[in-house]
Design a protein around this ligand. Structure first.
Ligand code: ACO
Length: 355
């Protein structure tokens, strides 16, 4: 029987620190508002024209590969999770392969679009490939360069102040050691509220979903020809080209789904809250993490939060936090690590890893 272990982990955050006060210079917001509602003090932005989602992913991947004690050419499958890809297509997986200099073609590259749950979805996919013996070195990367696509006017403040850039990566390998590595993963989705937290334009929807929901909007489609619908002038003129979020709606569901999906993982494995050594939640909002921590009855030193420094880095948030916890000596062999995420889709999930 094979299990999937984390053989190496790495993360990268760009150097440029953007404080809440920096944002308050370009939009109506304040350090006090942001800290009180989200816990965020600052975030990082990648260097324009030099860094991308892919290049940050590469930096994290190089560390993970080195720590796994393998060569780049040993990677036999790449999974790249992001909502801010360099190109609409092809995905970041193949760009990462090229940037890493992996020249062999006996490697698969899969891009996944599961936003904040992307890393947990990726972990679950990797686990299926590794434990069935199909792949020996799966490189899973979560990376985001949000700063490229946010609305820096006051109109976008509820979303923009939350997000930051960064990347995290793991190398996953098979192990025959009983009860080691990924013990269980749980994935969920509910498309009912897809537009409550979404980045819908540009896109090929042509207004279809809005119309179906009785909320007809015209971002200029009515007069647009084929070939023009993907990105219309109206979308650009009226700034319908940024992410949107109904924050309170998302918050209420998140605090419900996090505990549910963690309990599901504990029930499946016959473990209890008391068995958890380290909880690494997706960094969406410090208040959400604190709520879940309380529900689990965990001490502060059993939860790794870094949203204060990096904001929400979506698919990168769990691997960055997990890597920091590992580097700080807070995740050691034999520890039970609990991961959980909730985000756009909505999609959510959890994983239990015996380190
Ligand atoms: N600065 C100052 N004021 C602001 C800002 C800002 N940055 N943003 C919004 N406001 C104002 C609003 O305009 C509103 O003003 P009004 O009362 O005059 O209308 C007021 O603050 C309250 O706005 P809310 O949106 O109700 O604020 P809330 O307390 O809900 O906090 C937040 C917003 C932080 C976004 C919170 O709702 C949240 O964290 N939600 C969950 C986010 C999440 O989990 N996302 C999932 C992951 S992301 C992903 O999957 C991609």
């Amino acid at each position: 029987m094979l299990y999937t272990k984390v053989a190496g982990i790495g993360h990268y955050v760009p150097e440029e620190v953007v404080t809440n006060n920096d944002l308050a210079e370009v939009m109506e917001t304040s350090d006090e508002w942001i800290q009180e509602r989200t816990g965020i003090r600052e975030r990082r932005y990648g260097i324009k024209h030099e860094e991308t989602t892919t290049t940050m992913g590469v930096r994290a991947a190089e560390i993970a590969i080195e720590r796994a004690g393998i060569q780049k050419e040993d990677v036999d499958f790449i999974i790249f999770a992001t909502l801010s890809p360099d190109y609409y297509f092809p995905g970041c997986g193949v760009l990462l392969q090229r940037e890493l200099g992996i020249t062999k073609t006996e490697v698969g590259a899969l891009d996944i679009r599961n936003q904040c749950s992307g890393f947990i979805y990726g972990l679950s996919i990797a686990d299926q490939f590794v434990k069935t013996g199909m792949y020996k070195n799966v490189l899973l990367v979560g990376a985001e360069m949000h700063s490229m696509g946010l609305d820096f006017s006051t109109r976008g403040r509820n979303v923009t102040v939350i997000f930051g850039d960064g990347a995290g990566a793991v190398v996953l390998q098979p192990t025959e050691e009983e009860n080691r590595g990924i013990l269980t993963t749980h994935l969920h989705s509910d498309g009912t509220y897809a537009e409550k937290l979404a980045f819908i334009n540009p896109g090929a929807h042509g207004g279809y979903h809005h119309k179906k929901m009785g909320n007809e909007v015209d971002y200029g489609y009515k007069d647009a020809k084929y070939g023009e619908m993907f990105l219309t002038q109206t979308m650009m003129d009226e700034a319908h080209i940024y992410p949107n979020m109904e924050g309170q709606f998302v918050f209420k569901l998140a605090v419900q789904k996090f505990p549910e999906v963690i309990q599901e993982a504990l029930d499946k494995t016959g473990l209890t809250k008391e068995d958890i050594d380290m909880f690494v939640p997706h960094q969406a909002n410090l208040r959400i993490s604190q709520f879940v921590q309380k529900r689990l009855g965990l001490r502060d030193d059993q939860v790794w939060n870094n949203i204060q420094k990096y904001g929400n880095t979506t698919a990168a948030s769990i691997p960055i936090a997990l890597c920091e916890a590992f580097e700080a000596g807070k995740v050691n062999k034999g520890d039970l690590v609990c991961l959980a995420a909730f985000g756009s889709g909505f999609t959510w999930g959890s994983a239990l890893i015996r380190w």
